[in-house]
Design a protein around this ligand. Structure first.
Ligand code: GUN
Length: 296
């Protein structure tokens, strides 16, 4: 079998288009412009690239973008004061604090100081609890993007065997909750899992989110399975820098029914879902119906 390639770049462009249409409607019918505030502490080069990209796409879909770039030495007190100000600013519907934070700042404390209704990352402990109990929440962007692609490909996910490789709070755990919410039989595998190849071979859906370049070889993939590769790993091969996923794409594509490439798979969906979450937060805070197809 040669796998269908799930084009995340095209899918993300479609999601951003849907968000832009809804934003235009909100402005016209309700006089509301959704606003996203992004807070960056320090000058981590990868974070700077992400934040720039988020700001650009926020403006492209017609939302207001508020960027707060703080010195690497910023105190916890000053950062919490800024978050408090954003929590109370009616023009701000979504708040994202770019991670990782410098070591002297307590990440859990900072994230949990964001108003859960504005927590467009879905990292606040209240949103984690709401998702875990199947209640309406803000859903972390990367797993939400994976879910959208899986629903689009399969229609219903009900009864499918899903294996999530990786147990991070940002991807693995919320991904498992979302798949469970769509009635999959879910296994969370990780570095201590016994017989990982056999566990993966049972799966109709494999979500790989471990951050280890090409660790899942094609012969672990069940014939016809759907493979969602969350990994973005920079490696050097033949003297060149290259981005690869957590799955060995060439061998997996020979067995999978469908597979996301790296780059151009899950990656572009994360920012698209951040914009979708900002729109959702804006609609909820104004008592308006949520945008269809853009939430879990
Ligand atoms: N750093 C890398 N990915 C993310 C993300 O999705 N959200 C935040 N806040 N920081 C990140």
């Amino acid at each position: 079998m040669v796998a269908q390639v799930i084009d995340g770049k095209a899918f993300a462009a479609k999601v951003r288009g849907q968000v832009a249409d809804q934003v235009a409607k909100l402005k016209e019918e309700n006089g509301i412009t959704p606003g996203l505030a992004v807070v960056l502490v320090g000058e981590d080069p990868a974070s700077q690239v992400y934040v720039r990209s988020k700001g650009k796409m926020t403006v492209e879909v017609g939302m207001n973008s508020y960027e707060h770039k703080l010195d690497v030495e910023t105190s916890e007190e000053d950062l919490l004061a800024l978050i408090d100000k954003l929590n109370n600013d009616p023009a701000v519907h979504g708040i994202l604090v770019q991670l990782p934070l410098p070591k002297h700042l307590n990440e859990d404390l900072v994230i949990n100081s964001i108003d859960p209704a504005k927590d467009v990352d879905g990292f606040h402990i209240s949103n984690v609890g709401l998702l875990g109990t199947g209640q309406k929440s803000m859903v972390p962007c990367t797993p939400l993007g994976c879910l959208m692609m899986l629903r689009d490909h399969h229609g219903s996910l009900s009864g499918l065997d899903a294996v999530v490789i990786g147990r991070s709070n940002i991807v693995g755990k919320p991904m498992a909750q979302l798949l469970l919410g769509d009635s999959c039989t879910v296994t969370i595998a990780h570095s201590r899992t016994k017989d990982l190849p056999d566990v993966v071979r049972r799966a109709d859906i494999v979500v790989a989110a471990v951050g280890r370049p090409e660790m899942v070889p094609g012969d672990w993939i069940k014939e016809g399975a759907t493979v969602i590769d969350v990994g973005i790993n920079r490696i050097e091969r033949d003297g060149k820098n290259k981005l690869v996923g957590d799955v060995d794409y060439a061998s997996a594509a020979e067995r999978a029914g469908a597979i996301t490439p790296v780059p151009g798979g899950v990656g572009p969906m994360t920012i698209a879902c951040l914009l979708a979450n900002t729109l959702t937060a804006c609609c909820r805070s104004n008592g308006l119906p949520e945008p269809e197809g853009l939430t879990a």
